[in-house]
Design a protein. Structure first.
Length: 117
């Protein structure tokens, strides 16, 4: 299978700090990404079995599958900012799926209700 990079991926990890009132603030620092690379990002429809296996609680048309060369930072808990070639920017939680010799695959789950996290 041939993959065509159609987006730039920036990876950030969660940091938790306290503000001046002592309240914990969760942030992902995309100004200083852990990694940045080009990848092939495609729409993906999940089966009910995949939703269960990967612990995803919603089924959404916005879930994507990403094909990329190895990155030590494409791990669960980190977040991906995807800048598509048309200029559209979206945020996703990372769910690694397969690591092959030639390429790796992961599911990108849209960030929804970030204020509730």
């Amino acid at each position: 299978m041939v993959h065509y990079p159609n987006a730039t991926i920036d990876i950030a990890e969660l940091t938790v700090t306290k503000n001046s009132e002592g309240v914990k603030v969760k942030e992902y620092d995309f100004e200083n990404p852990l990694d940045s690379f080009r990848a092939d990002v495609q729409p993906n429809t999940l089966t009910q079995e995949q939703i269960t296996v990967y612990g995803i609680n919603t089924r959404t048309a916005k879930t994507k599958k990403i094909f990329y060369t190895k990155s030590d930072y494409m791990v669960a808990g980190n977040r991906a900012r995807v800048t598509f070639d048309d200029g559209k920017i979206e945020l996703y939680n990372i769910c690694p799926v397969n690591e092959w010799r030639v390429h790796c695959e992961a599911l990108l789950i849209p960030v929804e209700n970030e204020a509730d996290e």
